[in-house]
Write a protein that binds this ligand. Sequence first.
Ligand SMILES: C[S@@+](CC[C@H](N)C(=O)[O-])C[C@H]1O[C@@H](n2cnc3c(N)ncnc32)[C@H](O)[C@@H]1O
Length: 394
Amino acid sequence: MRHISVPNPQVEQALGLIREHDLLAPSMHVFPTEDGKSRLIPLDFGAPLSLPDGLADFDIVEHEGKPDERVDSDWWTHLSGLLGEETVERHGEAWPSSHEFFGDMMIVRLDEEVAGYSQQIASAKLQSHPHIRLVLSDRGVLGELRIRDLTPIGARRENEIILENIPEDITSTQVMVRESGRSILCDPTRAYFSTKLQSERLETLNLAKELRSLLGRPLRVCDPFCGVGPALATLLGEPNLVGEALASDLNPDAVEMLLDNLRRWDHRDYPNAPLPLSRIHPDRLVGVADATTLPSHPLTSGNWDLLLVNLPHRTIELLPTLIPLLDTQSPSLVRGRVIVAESEIDAANTAIQSSLPNRLEGTPEPELRIKRDYSSTLRLCSFEAWIATTSEGE
Ligand SMILES: C[S@@+](CC[C@H](N)C(=O)[O-])C[C@H]1O[C@@H](n2cnc3c(N)ncnc32)[C@H](O)[C@@H]1O
């Protein structure tokens, strides 16, 4: 989570400005830095990349957010009020103490042991989080398109909490999520989107800026697993960073929402309905496409400076097929995410390194960095690889 680091004497003034601009992350703590000389103030996910005057000169620090325990204790109090202390204690860690926010929706995973209490869980969550409209239980991710299997278990209409026969007009899962100053239209039941990847996208932004400095011009960005487009949202927010862009996905529903998003981020017309990959503007190739077909497509082959490979279960397998998308007449960059068993990370690094062309001199060998646990044995990792210009005759 992004925090703004403010020296102690300026904290009150900075907090005032942050509140005035509505940039403070709700239900999170302000806490001291290790040396105790500054405070880290949590920024809302929707806060823009460039902060307003008066705040722009402070350092931005990535740090795990510290939740305000009062909201948490509220949920336990409401749950105990509905079910009694004894039942709550009996099921201990099986209760869904964590959850994911998605606009005005909350997604929870229900352990089988407490699934029979879904209504009480939804009610306690809705009471402790008054800004939430809909609570959904999550039964995991489905298939190649990575869409979520979600069931509404409770909703709010004005002051009423509804737990049975929830009317359809309040169960819509299509929402706008604010991130880094952009609104992203998404629907987790129709297309993949994760609110947890903001820092990943900010890292990609910093790498892209480095590549721009190296090339001395805006980048040609290829995002062939783009979903609803969140990586591009962040990159397009930086002036003169993106020249040409390719944004495609196999899922037509993802492309439908992507078109809506691009219309707002790019301030230009885009079609309403999903269409096969097409040149919609001279510098925008957008549409439905199987990424594995792009390297042999004359419109897309050998054309890109920055390639994003975000299909973590298959990145290593697909990487050799996707490399011909890069323009190796100048330095380029591959940024990828991979899900792999921790015990297999060395083998995965070797596979990545052997499928890439020559690395740019002076840059580190691509290596997976663990970002978080995906399961008890699997880790979600990311890497970047700087690719050299192909020498003549190679
Ligand atoms: C993990 S999601 C990433 C989406 C997006 N980049 C993001 O960060 O939100 C992977 C995406 O790849 C898409 N996908 C799966 N197989 C594909 C293929 N063969 N060609 C293109 N897209 C594919 C899925 O529909 C999904 O949107």
